[in-house]
Write a protein that binds this ligand. Structure first.
Ligand code: BDR
Ligand code: CA
Length: 313
């Protein structure tokens, strides 16, 4: 059983990933932490509470960062054209009654939860990595107590999605991502190299909704805005970035990985670019020396990933 804290910025594809984690029989969702990204932090937190309530998820929700790890970074823009003004495809969201956030900020919740169950907790981060970086800054030793870290982010052997160099979750807080990748823990990076191959057609989603009743119909309603965004990019369907990262947890054999230290470009025209030095490659000297090797996913079996999502949801 994987005990998971889900660090997320819901976000339409985040919503699907949340339902997947909640329903997968080998996953015990023990916490949800929010971060700014697909919408401002007050909205991503409200969305997490709303989804938790709608889907009967009892895990605590802790609110996280609303600004970048380096607060002097200029503010980015909200991707309303992808996730809608409210972050959930502009479906009506009733006031959330009966669910409130944990007293602690996300970084503190993460540290406390990991320290209470050393070696047992997996962190799955599918937004900016600000909360993880803040936790590492507050308590560097807690890294050794985390079982595993899986992140959705980055683009390694292909272009990014917010610039030719950078993927959104990294571009939104490059300094935080660099802290996370260079910390002494094992990170698996599920980036665009594999998520862009994992396209769920609208027909596939409609079949899931027909079989899954009201909870999956809500997911389908939320997703229509996102499907519209992707129509000119992938045809009739959507890229399920964040669910793809969650599937790695339970089916790592579907992913081909490459090992080596990962660094993030912080500034300039390649701001937010993720660069791995593959193990075994020798360069004269560099920013990768002395940092831990991380696993970067470079290929995937998309049909099998989609089947696992469908089976769980
Ligand atoms: C990532 O950016 C966000 O918009 C999505 O939720 C996903 O986590 C994809 O680049
Ligand atoms: Ca996300």
């Amino acid at each position: 059983m994987h005990k998971v804290i889900f660090d997320t910025d819901p976000g339409i594809d985040d919503a699907m990933a949340l339902l997947f984690l909640h329903r997968h029989p080998q996953i015990d969702l023990i916490g949800i932490t929010t971060v700014f990204g697909n919408a401002p932090i007050d909205l991503t937190t409200r969305n997490a509470l709303f989804l938790a309530q709608a889907w009967g998820i009892s895990a605590p929700v802790a609110q996280g960062a609303g600004v970048t790890f380096d607060p002097s970074r200029p503010e980015g823009h909200w991707p309303t054209f992808i996730h809608g003004e409210n972050g959930l495809g502009d479906v009506d969201i009733p006031p959330v009654i009966g669910r409130t956030v944990d007293d602690r900020p996300a970084w503190q919740f993460i540290i406390d939860t990991v320290r209470a169950q050393p070696g047992e907790v997996t962190l799955v981060a599918v937004g900016r990595m600000t909360n993880l970086a803040l936790a590492l800054k507050a308590d560097p030793d807690f890294a050794a107590l985390v079982k595993e870290v899986v992140v959705m982010g980055g683009a390694f052997d292909l272009n990014g999605n917010v610039s030719p160099a950078a993927e959104a979750n990294i571009h939104g807080d490059p300094e935080a991502a660099d802290v996370v990748f260079t910390a002494p823990w094992r990170v698996t990076v599920v980036g665009l190299d594999v998520t862009l191959k994992t396209v769920m057609t609208s027909g596939f989603l409609a079949e899931m909704a027909a079989a899954g009743g009201a909870p999956v119909q809500l997911l389908s309603d939320i997703s229509q805005f996102y499907i519209d965004f992707y129509r000119h990019r992938v045809g009739d369907g959507m890229v399920v970035h964040d669910s793809c990262a969650c599937v790695y947890l339970v089916a790592p054999e579907l992913f081909k990985t490459r090992s080596g230290p990962v660094r993030v470009v912080c500034g300039g025209i390649a701001d937010g670019q993720t660069i791995q030095k593959p193990d075994g490659r020798v360069f004269p000297a560099g920013h990768w020396d002395g940092h831990p090797s991380q696993l970067v996913c470079i290929d995937v079996e998309p049909e099998r990933v989609l089947d696992i999502i469908r089976a769980a949801i």
